[in-house]
Design a protein around this ligand. Structure first.
Ligand code: UDP
Ligand code: MG
Length: 335
């Protein structure tokens, strides 16, 4: 599905789409589906559950095919390889047929039973229903502290406020989804994009459970990468910082130069000053490398954006038979 084929109006009869990005979730999938479909069976209106298989290498595709054979409400989108959760969500939002779209994790850390409350908030007029975790139970102290520091710094650096403890679990109205679908950038820091679009936002608190099965797919290194993505996508403050630090240190170096010059003229030059020299050289060298590094982070992203590659590749898309209007199936075939 390319940009031209992107859905902009909901499918008739499709009130709610639940988008579930997943990678290797075979163990918990059946339970997830049972709880999810039980939770949304009575929302009033048709629904689809859109499972986005982000290139799983276990039996997730087979389990999904089995589930889909038994239900008219399941859509399955499969990537050609693992493209990451942010892109799985992006693809899910582009293919979702609902008037409202809920994004939820596959590992049951986000309780599906709360979806009717989200739908109620949407029916009351909210465009974005943010789900805020009351506790980060089961996460290490290091991860919690790092997350806290990250939110503090990104909210200092960026003009778009990004609420703490609000993950990707949320509901979006059709116009919010359409707004997100218009964003072509590759650097998709979804938490930032969700809040960048604005509209009427509501917040519901919930208790995150423990991961039902398997383990978290976010090693610490990837979280660091995500944090850098977030900062560089939503702020150019580091670029400004680099030039400020550069300016200050250049001024310091100039003052030091003057000082040594005057001192030498007044008192001569005994063989001293070697340490000072080394210190200054090292300091300036370090600052320059830092500034170049920051510029490099942004330049690299500019380079990646400039190639205009598709964000992801779809291997297959099978819409729910409940809503398989010919146009949708056509779009799926040509994707
Ligand atoms: N996920 C994904 N692609 C990835 C990594 C994760 O679709 O490359 C899915 C994963 O299957 C789960 C959700 O994203 O449904 C959240 O992942 P996880 O539970 O590993 O992250 P955490 O809860 O630790 O932030
Ligand atoms: Mg999880």
């Amino acid at each position: 599905m390319n940009t031209a084929e992107m859905r902009t109006i909901a499918e008739p009869g499709c009130t709610l789409s639940v988008v579930v990005p997943m990678l290797n979730e075979e163990a918990g999938l059946v339970t997830l589906h049972q709880r999810l479909s039980a939770a949304i069976a009575d929302i009033g209106g048709g629904y689809e559950i859109l499972y986005v298989d982000d290139g799983s290498t276990d039996s997730t595709p087979e389990v999904l095919a089995q589930l889909q054979a038994q239900s008219r409400n399941i859509s399955v989108l499969r990537f050609s390889r693992n493209f990451g959760k942010e892109l799985a969500i992006t693809a899910g939002l582009r293919h979702a047929c609902g008037e409202a779209v809920v994004v939820i994790d596959a590992d049951l850390q986000h309780p599906p039973e709360i979806i009717p409350d989200m739908v109620a908030a949407w029916r009351k007029g909210a465009d974005v229903v943010n789900m805020r975790r009351r506790s980060r139970a089961g996460e290490s102290w290091l991860k919690r502290t790092a997350a806290h520091l990250f939110y503090r710094s990104i909210n200092k650096l960026s003009d778009t406020p990004i609420p703490e403890n609000v993950g990707d679990f949320r509901l979006l109205s059709r116009r919010a989804v359409n707004a997100l679908n218009q964003m072509p950038e590759r650097n998709r820091f979804m938490k930032g994009l969700f809040s960048w679009i604005g509209f009427r936002q509501a917040t519901i608190d919930f208790d995150a459970g423990l991961r039902a099965t398997g383990r978290s797919k976010w090693p610490f290194g990837q979280l660091w990468a995500l944090a850098i993505e977030g900062v560089t996508a939503f702020s150019i403050a580091p670029l400004k910082l680099a030039s400020k630090v550069g300016l200050v240190s250049a001024l310091l170096a100039f003052a030091a130069g003057l000082y040594f010059l005057v001192r030498t003229m007044l008192f001569g030059d005994p063989v001293q000053g070697f340490p000072t020299l080394i210190v200054i050289v090292l300091m300036l060298g370090g600052l320059q490398l830092m500034a170049i590094g920051i510029v490099g982070e942004y330049l690299g992203r500019l380079f990646l954006e400039s190639k205009q590659r598709p964000l992801y590749l779809v291997e297959s898309y099978l819409p729910a038979s409940e809503f398989d209007a010919p146009a949708r199936v056509e779009a799926a075939r040509s994707a």
